[in-house]
Design a protein around this ligand. Structure first.
Ligand code: NAD
Length: 471
């Protein structure tokens, strides 16, 4: 399979593509290796994960460069993502020996306790926008809690997930436990329906989530879904407009808008519409689109040519639905980038809440503005999509901030900030943004299930049964 750099549209690597038979072999090998890993002392599993984190940090620069070449994301961003991948292994290394069960005071002569036990093989299916970190985010909790892990990266961006597998093996983890399967939808679908997949955790488009949930129903394999978003930023009259404009701009234009949490719908009170619009139009027109390896660039290209075409079709279609283009950055004029997948970051005003731009996920650097009259109107508009991933609330009234937050049907709310993420904090959505939560203690619940064990404290007939018989 050819791997293309979106910076110049050139093939810069080739990788072997796995067949369905390869995928099934990977799962079977993982399933065979998993019981020994689950039986390994939890502290030892943690020690090995710490080692993976160290190796990621050792290779931070080459991983970031590879990621930038393959995704077109700024080197500054991919360096941060490599750090986050290492932190993710460190975080779950710490969790490995802290997963506890309970004893339950049942009536009768029993000692009854629960344990959190791994599922077996945890399959992670990931998209192309954050390839290394998402691979880490699927592998680290799976391994920490005693599962084997099989990760399928997007076919456009397989390289850093493959490099991560090498590091996991170098750290001393059995190679049979960790697999990266390279391929597209067909191989992904075969992985999902295999009897050797015991848990599927997907990050991707809502339609992919639906297809996988449907397929997994046949084998009754549990599924966790982190899907797309159309997240609103709500700006009230008492907001710090400069701070809001900075965060709103970064929240949708950074990484060329290719973020599930992109704050792509700006909902602003009509009284502060003009001043905020001015600030944002100024910011968007000054954005420098260019080579992600240059420190002068604010954003690079779209990661795939299909994504470039999709983003351009949103930009071209918005005016036809009544939206007004009020700010746009220029495309790079460097001839070396002429074949890259660049799009102009664009700001639209007067976006109708039912229009395509307000309802569909662009996954590119496009922000649409809609005004509201009062709090109730703001909440109504915020909840007026099928998605429910994230929202930003901008106000200096702390009571209002929390009252609004409570009414939003989303999994993540940021008050007077945006796009801050941590392995410690649960992450997930409602509706078309999926179900299940990753991160923090929720990851323990996602990657393990409960086993209850009853022990009779007296030989012979258990007390509960003898009581029942004598009644
Ligand atoms: P995608 O859904 O097309 O692909 C994601 C992965 O699923 C890829 O590895 C793909 O090969 C695989 N896949 C597709 N169909 C499959 C099937 N039927 N069975 C098994 N595997 C299948 O997503 P994309 O275009 O690579 O990425 C963009 C999407 O990802 C956006 O919708 C974005 O919002 C979403 N996303 C969500 C989050 C989140 O955490 N909520 C984060 C990043 C991206």
């Amino acid at each position: 399979m050819e791997v293309i750099s979106p910076i110049d549209g050139a093939v810069f690597a080739t990788v072997g593509e796995h067949t369905v038979a390869d995928a099934e072999r990977a799962l079977a090998t993982a399933a065979a290796a998993q019981p020994a890993w689950a039986a390994t002392a939890a502290g030892e599993r943690g020690r090995l994960l710490h080692r993976v984190a160290d190796l990621i940090r050792r290779d931070r620069e080459s991983l970031a460069e590879l990621e930038s070449r393959n995704t077109g994301k700024l080197l500054a961003d991919t360096r941060r993502e490599v750090e986050r991948a290492a932190d993710c292994f460190t975080y779950y290394a710490g969790w490995a020996d802290k997963v506890l069960g309970r004893t339950i005071p049942v009536p009768g002569d029993f000692h009854t306790y629960t344990e959190r036990v791994p599922f077996g093989v945890a399959l992670g299916i990931i998209p192309w926008n954050v390839p290394l970190f998402f691979a880490a985010k699927k592998m680290a909790p799976a391994l920490a809690f005693g599962n084997a892990t099989v990760v399928k990266p997007a076919p456009e961006t397989p390289l850093t997930a493959m490099a991560l597998r090498d590091l996991v093996i170098e750290a001393g983890i059995d190679e049979d436990l960790v697999h990266v399967v390279v391929g597209g939808r067909e191989v992904g679908a075969a992985l999902v329906t295999s009897p050797d997949s015991h848990l599927v955790v997907v990050t991707g488009h809502p339609d992919t989530g639906r297809a996988i949930a449907r397929a997994a129903a046949d084998t009754l394999t549990p599924v966790g879904l982190e899907l797309g978003g159309k997240s609103p930023q709500l700006v009230f009259t008492d907001a710090d407009l400069d701070a809001a404009a900075d965060a709103i701009s970064l929240g949708v234009f950074a990484t060329a808008g290719q973020m599930c949490i992109a704050g792509s719908r700006l909902l602003v009170h009509e009284q502060v519409h003009e001043p905020l619009l001015e600030r944002l139009a100024d910011r968007v027109t000054r954005l420098r689109v260019g080579d992600p390896f240059s420190p002068d660039s604010d954003l690079g290209p779209q990661i795939t040519s299909a994504q470039r075409d999709k983003t351009l079709s949103f930009i071209e279609g918005a005016a036809g639905e009544g939206a007004r283009l009020v700010g746009q950055a220029s495309l790079p004029d460097d001839p070396r980038l002429a074949d890259g997948y660049f799009v102009p970051p664009s700001l639209f005003d007067q976006v109708h809440p039912d229009s395509t731009l307000a309802q569909e996920e662009v996954f590119g650097p496009v922000l649409g503005i809609t005004t509201f009259r009062d709090e109730a109107d703001a909440v109504r508009l915020a909840n007026h999509t099928r998605f429910g991933l994230a929202a930003g609330v901008w106000t200096s009234d702390v009571g209002r901030a929390h009252a609004i937050s409570r009414q939003l049907r989303v999994g993540n709310v940021w008050i007077n900030t945006y796009r801050v993420l941590s392995d410690l904090v649960p992450f997930g959505g409602f509706g078309d943004s999926g179900y299940g939560r990753e991160n923090g203690e929720d990851a323990v619940n996602l990657y393990t299930t409960t086993r209850a064990t009853w022990t009779s404290l007296r030989a012979g007939v258990p007390t509960l049964f003898s009581q029942a018989r004598s009644q």
